[in-house]
Design a protein around this ligand. Structure first.
Ligand SMILES: NC(=O)c1ccc[n+]([C@@H]2O[C@H](COP(=O)([O-])OP(=O)(O)OC[C@H]3O[C@@H](n4cnc5c(N)ncnc54)[C@H](O)[C@@H]3O)[C@@H](O)[C@H]2O)c1
Length: 459
């Protein structure tokens, strides 16, 4: 069995470690012995302890993921550790540590320190022949110009042939949520190698991990090509989302049902990926990835006369999105000072226990600036960590609130019976994210609640 170390036990690394431990040969035997390696300090330690107890370290709606972790722990091919000496005996390392963007600088820059420290650890530990697969989202050029030299100098310092390792790049399209695990094992992958041998080794690994019969792999010639593919793919999505914003504002003011309009347009096959209006864009990827090509151009290639106006504008427009809900609230309630509001949903996406860069955080701060007293509910988390606000897990009654905002399409809200939940209360209801069904909307309106929805001027 090949030993695989996954470096970084976060939302990607933890799911990758589980998926790799679940890979089986044609006789049903595990292909891999998997060790997820994180740092000894919190939150790494909590994640390590959780995995070693047979539990996925984040609350997830994906039962298959929980089962895979438990099975891996039970049969002994999945564990976690804070001991970097694990890298000394592994055949493959999958790098899933983060790389943050510093938004405070102008233009934004990359915080390479933590990522390069992780690579340095590998350079000081791995043995000759080890395959290192970079999954971390990095600026273009990082693999060939930073990772490879760092690994070389680590091996050279130990008197080992500095070219005796293999480096590949393959990017994650993991989608936390109900299909978290299968978004790794049953999904298309792009990969590349620093050398043809590294690309071949990466391909052999991915073929054992992924259902490549139904989801064929795409090999690109250079690591910078696959890195560019990752960033362009996420930038395309961010731009698509931002494009809808101006139409949503028009729809709200001019009496248009933009949701129905979009459905009509989507009948045309070339326009199926038109996005819907929503509450905001959060999470660790779409909020920063569209900026990383510019960072790579400037900081790695020294190209200073290039800009990415669409991608940069998309990040800006998407970042402002939650203000639209504030405006809808103001239109009905007038001055917001002293108003009491219940925000339903704190995570960046439905059925995912991740609040990083969540639109709810910005909304809360902007509403508080206007004097709103805001309570937050979410069935999956206890805190909006970015802004240190407590989140209730038990859905409060609506009595006493001037407005209730459905911000995230968690299952609990999609299943909520409006009549039973409302009781005598009649707050303003805002569907900020296409959460409610037509029947739920009708029930709130028939009950006598004022009702507004992002992107809908018809209500
Ligand atoms: N979250 C997603 O849906 C998603 C999807 C695709 C790609 N990505 C990319 O994958 C990467 C990881 O994202 P994430 O959401 O898992 O991040 P995360 O912050 O949840 O996890 C990163 C983990 O790496 C650990 N770490 C940092 N330095 C380390 C070191 N030297 N050794 C061992 N562990 C170390 C941290 O303690 C943390 O637990 C990012 O580059 C991200 O952009 C994320």
């Amino acid at each position: 069995m090949d030993k695989v170390c996954v470096q970084g036990l976060g939302f990607v690394g933890a799911a990758m470690a589980a998926a790799i431990s679940g890979a089986r040969d044609s006789h049903g035997h595990p292909w891999f012995d998997v060790v997820a390696v994180d740092l000894p300090a919190a939150p790494g330690k909590a994640r390590i302890d959780s995995l070693n107890a047979g539990c996925f370290p984040f609350q997830t709606a994906d039962a298959a993921l929980n089962e895979t972790v438990k099975r891996g722990r039970d049969i002994g091919n999945l564990r976690a550790s804070a001991d970097p000496s694990e890298f000394e005996t592994c055949d493959i390392v999958v790098v899933d540590v983060g790389l943050d963007v510093d938004f405070a600088t102008d233009p934004p820059s990359a915080r390479f320190d933590g990522f390069l420290a992780a690579i340095r650890t590998l350079g000081g530990r791995i043995r000759p022949g080890t395959l290192v697969i970079i999954e971390t989202t990095v600026p273009p050029g990082t693999v060939s110009k930073l990772v490879v030299p760092e690994l070389r100098s680590g091996l050279r310092a130990r008197g080992i042939d500095p070219d005796s390792f293999l480096v590949a790049h393959s990017y994650e399209r993991v989608m936390p949520g109900r299909g978290y695990l299968t978004s790794i094992t049953n999904f298309w992958r792009v990969y590349s190698g620093h050398t043809p041998e590294a690309a071949d080794a990466c391909e052999r690994f991915l073929k054992r991990l992924i259902n490549t019969k139904d989801f064929p792999l795409t090999r690109l010639a250079r690591t910078i090509d696959s890195k560019t593919a990752k960033l362009m793919e996420n930038s395309f999505r961010a731009v698509n989302i931002a494009f809808i914003e101006e139409w949503a504002r028009f729809a709200e003011r001019a009496g248009v049902d933009l949701t129905a309009v979009i459905q009509a347009i989507q009948m045309r096959p070339t326009h199926r990926n038109l996005m819907r209006p929503g509450f905001g864009v959060g999470g660790y990827c779409l909020t920063k990835d569209p900026l990383l090509a510019g960072v790579g151009a400037r900081e790695i290639f020294g190209i200073t006369d290039l800009s990415f106006p669409f991608s940069e504008a998309a990040v800006k427009v998407n970042g402002e999105m939650p203000r639209a809900t504030l405006v809808l609230m103001q239109e009905t309630l007038g001055n917001l000072k002293g108003k009491h509001v219940l925000l339903l949903g704190a995570t960046y996406r439905e059925d995912v226990a991740d609040t990083r860069y969540s639109a709810s955080s910005d909304f809360v701060l902007w509403a508080e600036e206007k004097g709103v007293a805001i309570d937050i509910h979410d069935p999956l988390v206890d805190e909006l960590e970015d802004i240190s606000r407590k989140v209730q897990r038990i859905l409060p009654r609506p009595e006493g609130y001037d407005a209730v905002i459905f911000a995230v399409a968690h299952e609990e809200y999609r299943k909520l019976d409006p009549v039973a939940w409302l009781g005598p209360a009649r707050p303003l209801i805002i569907d900020a994210n296409n959460v409610l069904s037509a029947a739920q909307i009708a029930a709130y309106r028939i009950a006598g609640c004022d009702f507004k929805a992002v992107g809908r001027g018809d209500l």
